[in-house]
Structure formats: C-alpha cells, structure tokens
Design a binder for this molecule. Structure first.
Ligand SMILES: *Cc1c(COP(=O)(O)O)cnc(C)c1O
Length: 358
C-alpha cells in the first residue's frame, strides 16, 4: 500500500469527451477550457491529452505560460485578458489570444509599443453582468480595436450565457438575440456556448464552442447524467482503508460525536479528508464505494480522514481501495450531497493529492 489518496485521470475518456463535444457541435472549432488546473485534472497533462482541440482557454496568464513551457503550440486564449502592460508584453511574447472586456484593456493595447498582432476576442455582456461591453458600448470598443496599430490579426466576438445549464430557453434566447443584434453584419468569428450551451440541443454553436465541464465527463444538467449525454467521467478520486474498528452500539464516531452507532457497527477509517478537498460539510450518509459497494460516511469529515459505516458490507480490510467519486459513483451525486456543484469539488481537489494518469 504505497499510495493512499490519489486522483486517477483517464486520458482516453478526455479524448472521447472531446469527440462527443465535436459531434454535438458540427463544424464548430473547440476551445478546450483548462482553467483552474483543468478543473483539478492537471493543466499540462490534460492539455497534452486534448492535443486535438483547436485552442485552449485559461483564466490566468500563468496558466498560459505553463502550457507554452510544456510545449503547447496551439492557440491559447486568456479568458479574462490582461491587466497591465507587462502582462500584455508577455501575452505578445507567447502569442496568446486575448479577451478584451474592459476599456482599460483597450488603453493597454493602444499604448502597446510592440509589433505583435493579437487575435482579439471582444466580449459582449448580453445579460450575465460579469465581463464584457454592454451592447450599447460595443460599437465604440470595436472601433477603437479596429483602429489599433499594429492592427489586430483578427477580431472575434464572444459572450457567455448565464443560464445555459437550467435550459432556461427564454433567458438563453434573449442573450443570443442581444448578441446577434450587437454583432449585426460584422464579419467575424463568434463564440457563445459553454458545455451546457453545446449539449442543450438548442443548436447554439456559433464558430467556436468553449466546453470545460463536458470534457471532464460531467453533466452540467440536473436532469441528465453524463452517461445520458455520451460523456465518460475522467477523474476518479480514490483512496484506501487505514483501519477498521468495531464501534459498540450507542458510541459516537469522530469530532463532535455527531454520529452515534445505532447498533454494534463496523467502521472503516479512510485516508481522505478536507485537506484533500473533500468538503467538510459532507453529511453522514454520503456514499463512498468500498470493494465496489456503497457505504455511508459516518460523522464529520476530518482533515485527513473520514469514517465510513461498513456494517452492511462483506468484511472490509486495511488497504482496501475506496472510491470517493468515479466509476459507479458520479461526482455529480457527491456534489448534490455536499450542496454544491461538481465544478467546485473537482477544482477543490488539493495540490497534495497526486494525479495518476491512465
Ligand atoms: C469556464 C468558462 C467556460 C467553460 O464552462 P463549462 O460550463 O465548464 O463548460 C466557457 N466560457 C467561459 C468564458 C468560461 O469562463
């Protein structure tokens, strides 16, 4: 038993999910979103596994630099753009495509003294009210970007949907209508859809799609599983049983004594805790898999351990493998127990958890 907790990354599933996204967005180019350490899956190994993507999208300059340092030559889009002239120089040096969502970023481009011709993604805020130019301000932003010297290599436009995942078709339709009205007859490449937009079946493909979650084999919808959508889970969070103990009826387990044995019980202590990224608020009765069978968490999540009531299982032994989420136990289900979304669980897997590529 050398390794305890680890995140096993199925690179074949990553590629299969990319193919599934392409099949849902025929003709569109795919910008694989790998921000936040590729949603916890490992930035560089994920990008290398997704080498067939048409571009990669990151949130931070540092993420783009890490990709270039590992030999990624494809287009890299900085989804939040740059915030200083130094960052703009770096972006030029490494050939990053930049999202421009604020007038300050156009100021930086106007003051840029280099020769690099950027691919500029102008962002239009069509209702999310997070990043982007409001439609009324877009023409001025566009005119300023068009007047840049040196001229941009290409100007593209994007927007982001606030409610693609709850299939709020009215909301989506309204945002798309605002986007189309703002873009008008402008002849440039466009991008609208995240994973939910791609998979919603509403045909919101534009020229580029920007899937994140779907590539990791997770459903963005409450009413459809990843399997329903033809996606395969990529990450399995696995650990092992540290010890098994007998807990007499009436005794409590763990901090606060919040779980009390309803009968003489068999409790497995598993090497996984909030220090690894399991939410501390995971309630008792959240399932884990031991030997492929479900057993409920018993009591509070500790920093390095959880207790699991294995009274209902065949005998469990020290070292037995445990799945916190993965095949047979979707991360979507654990997220529901934790009162959060799979994005947060995946991004929250802590850096101390080693990634094991398969
Ligand atoms: C994170 C992000 C995405 C990917 O979203 P998913 O829901 O994971 O597919 C797409 N576009 C933008 C602008 C993002 O920030």
């Amino acid at each position: 038993m050398n390794r305890l907790i680890r995140a096993v990354i199925d690179t074949r599933a990553l590629r299969s999910n990319l193919a599934a996204v392409r099949a849902r967005a025929p003709g569109a180019q795919v910008m694989a979103v790998v921000k936040a350490n590729a949603y916890g899956h490992g930035l560089v190994p994920t990008a290398l596994a997704l080498a067939d993507a048409d571009a990669f999208a990151v949130a931070r300059l540092e993420e783009g630099l890490a990709l270039r340092a590992s030999g990624v030559t494809k287009a890299i889009v900085l989804l939040e753009g740059v915030f200083s002239s130094e960052q703009l120089m770096e972006a030029a040096r490494h050939g990053f495509d930049i999202v421009v969502h604020d007038p300050m970023q156009i100021d930086l481009l106007e003051a840029f003294s280099g020769q690099h011709r950027f691919v500029v993604w102008l962002k239009i805020d069509t209702g999310m009210n997070r990043l982007g130019f409001r439609p009324a301000d877009f023409p001025i932003a566009l005119a300023r970007v068009r007047a840049l010297i040196p001229a941009p290599l290409e100007i593209r436009v994007l927007t982001h949907l606030a409610r693609a995942d709850d299939r709020d078709e009215a909301g989506n339709r309204e945002q798309i209508a605002r986007f189309n009205a703002a873009v008008g007859t402008l002849d440039c490449a466009t991008s609208i859809a995240n994973s939910a937009g791609v998979l919603s079946g509403a045909g919101i493909h534009a020229d580029w799609v920007r899937p994140g979650l779907a590539l990791y084999g997770v459903s963005p919808f409450a009413d459809q599983t990843a399997r329903d959508l033809g996606l395969q889970p990529v990450m399995a969070l696995e650990s092992r049983v540290l010890t098994v103990r007998h807990v007499p009826k009436g005794e409590t387990v763990g901090y606060g004594g919040v779980w009390r044995a309803p009968k003489d019980s068999s409790i497995a202590i598993v090497a996984a805790g909030y220090g690894d990224g399991l939410p501390r608020n995971l309630p008792s009765d959240t399932p884990v898999l031991i030997g492929g069978k479900r057993a409920p968490v018993a009591g509070r999540v500790s920093m390095d351990m959880i207790a699991v009531d294995v009274s209902g299982l065949p005998p469990v032994r020290v070292g037995d493998p445990v799945t916190l989420w993965g095949e047979g136990l979707p991360v979507e289900e654990i997220a529901r127990h934790a009162g959060t979304i799979p994005y947060e669980l995946l991004c929250g897997v802590s850096q101390r958890v080693p990634l094991e590529l398969r």
